[in-house]
Design a binder for this molecule. Structure first.
Ligand code: ZN
Length: 227
């Protein structure tokens, strides 16, 4: 044994045995050498890769994986960054703002009407994207029932004309002396379907015959005249 090999042998012997110890994702397997006054250990990473790491880097926590941790982080950062720049990100963020922020003047009526964003969309832009799909050019996010929540079944991409037509057609419902913004809301209150509310208000036909409204039940257009 030459002198340097002897010195290395002595020094390695004095070093703490790290075999079996875990550092982040790495579990130390065996000594493989000596570099820059440091024992080098072969480590098995949780991802299945092996890598050689000096004891110094293990102990200071500089190295906690074979490199896979950083590769994953960079991927996540890139994805988040990419999604934030997605053209629908602001649609999603606006929707949350409208329902969440009572201080914003424009969101007051959403708040007062109890309109909220479903749990699935609240926490995740990805879920929103997945459910709604790409937005056709010139379309905006619209709730089918304007008193309902922002949720998959109640949302669609609509053109502005469709939206204004919808609001033009929107009615005010008076049912047994109570006023409602929609038949849906009235139905919820009286625990019947919105179809039943329409019948109560004398709308639609029943077996070809025009429904006769119940006393105290009627609907009228919110804007303009007629039903
Ligand atoms: Zn790894």
């Amino acid at each position: 044994m030459g002198f340097s090999a002897f010195r290395r042998w002595i020094t390695m012997g004095k070093r703490i045995d790290l075999t079996g110890k875990r550092f982040g994702r790495l579990v130390v397997q065996r000594r493989v050498g000596f570099r820059h006054h440091n024992t080098v250990w072969e480590c098995l990473c949780d991802c299945g890769n092996t890598s050689e790491v000096s004891a110094g880097h293990l102990k200071t926590g500089d190295t906690k994986s074979c490199g896979c941790y950083y590769r994953e982080r960079i991927k996540v950062i890139n994805i988040n960054h990419g999604l934030r720049r997605h053209k629908l990100y602001m649609v999603w963020a606006d929707m949350l703002q409208r329902c969440k922020n009572p201080n914003r003047e424009s969101s007051k009526h959403y708040h007062e009407r109890g309109i909220s964003v479903c749990e699935r969309w609240k926490d995740s832009f990805e879920n929103f994207l997945e459910d709604m799909g790409p937005r056709p050019d010139g379309y905006t996010l619209e709730r089918i029932n304007t008193n309902g929540d922002y949720e998959f079944l109640n949302c669609k991409w609509a053109t502005r004309t469709e939206q204004s037509r919808n609001s033009r057609r929107s009615k005010v419902w008076t049912v047994h002396g109570k006023r409602f913004e929609s038949s849906y809301q009235a139905g919820k209150y009286f625990n019947v379907t919105n179809g039943a509310i329409r019948i109560w208000c004398g709308l639609g036909k029943n077996h070809g015959k025009i429904n006769i409204a119940k006393p105290g039940c009627y609907a009228y257009l919110k804007y303009g005249t007629g039903v």
